[in-house]
Design a protein around this ligand. Sequence first.
Ligand SMILES: NC(=O)c1ccc[n+]([C@@H]2O[C@H](COP(=O)([O-])OP(=O)(O)OC[C@H]3O[C@@H](n4cnc5c(N)ncnc54)[C@H](OP(=O)(O)O)[C@@H]3O)[C@@H](O)[C@H]2O)c1
Length: 378
Amino acid sequence: MRFSNDLVLITGATGHVGSCTLLHLLEAGFNVRAAVRSPAKMASVLSRPQIKALNPGPRLTFTIVPDISVPGAYDNAVEGVTHIIHIASPLASGDNRIPAEQHDEHFIRPAVSGTLNLLEAANLVGTVRRITITSSFVALVPLDELEGHRIRPANRPVTPNDRIAFNPGPYHSSFEAYAASKVAALHHAEAWIERERPAFDVVHLHPGFVLGRNDMATSYTEAMAGTNSVVLALLLGKRFGPFAGTTVHAEDVARAHILSLDLSVPGNQSYILSQDARWNDARQIARKHFSHAIRSNLLVMGGSVKTIPLPVDASLTEEAFGFKFRSYEEQVKSTVEHFLQLRLRRKSVLKRLTEADQVAIGVPQAQDLMMGRTTWAC
Ligand SMILES: NC(=O)c1ccc[n+]([C@@H]2O[C@H](COP(=O)([O-])OP(=O)(O)OC[C@H]3O[C@@H](n4cnc5c(N)ncnc54)[C@H](OP(=O)(O)O)[C@@H]3O)[C@@H](O)[C@H]2O)c1
């Protein structure tokens, strides 16, 4: 149930998952306060065409939290807040390899202290009814299974109630450090709730690899950042991996965050956001939807990403939230469509396509722009 005086604090709204979630919050009519690191980050959110189109006015405000790791970081941010969505946490991806000596400082500290500071602040302010924390499937699965060194049997799927031991390091890769940061944040949050027994409860959401249009990306190189880079690099001819075959559409992740604010969804509970995927199916999907881009060499079919089979049971989520996850095909389509739209902003690239192919890809034509028509969802 939503009331007009509800106020949602969101962290991480400058990222892939957070920007999509912010749009869904505003579209659902919530009053939102976004915690960002700097005024420049606030400006980048406000400059997004999708936000401008919604014209949220006073329904969207900001609070600057320069360092989420320092004690009391969120004490001012939670003033008057009824719900919190905590998404901000360092992500590991191909484009941000962190040196081993910085793993603790970069991944573990902000993930754990950021979460605990938020829980402490919410407890002090006393108005918060629910906190949703964006965890990850990596918080539930042992590393050797994530990396394919051990194959998880199909009859023992990952479930939301699985818990694994925290690995204190040293870590051999940024991905291992990232996975440990998500395990640590989950453990600390659950222990804190158990110990403090606050007036609010917590929902932990555990997405698989998130795919789909990233609205914070304003150039095709930015669109290549984060987890979309797996699909895009594959479709640009790269051979790498392996990666676990568990993915989810950014739209579904955003939708689950909004639905999780409803107190009829049981709290102090984990929910997995995932459906099975075979990474290399992206090639067939590209042939089906973007043959024009293949013809113009904007996509290249020689790439390959090996899939590690990882059985996952996300049925509790579909039951509690009442929706079915979008397919891998829809995820790939959304990711590639946005990439091509950004890529085709370069005139030299655009010239390689006929007008009909441009329309097929979704490049806005002069008449769309004049009419102010935007058909791109988040
Ligand atoms: N992408 C996936 O496949 C995936 C899968 C499962 C779970 N998740 C979780 O979803 C969340 C968001 O991921 P994403 O894909 O949206 O990543 P993203 O695009 O890199 O966004 C990360 C967000 O977290 C903020 N952030 C990162 N480190 C921070 C720090 N030290 N202090 C303050 N803010 C920090 C970033 O703020 P700045 O803009 O200021 O850097 C940004 O808003 C993370 O909790 C991640 O673990 C992601």
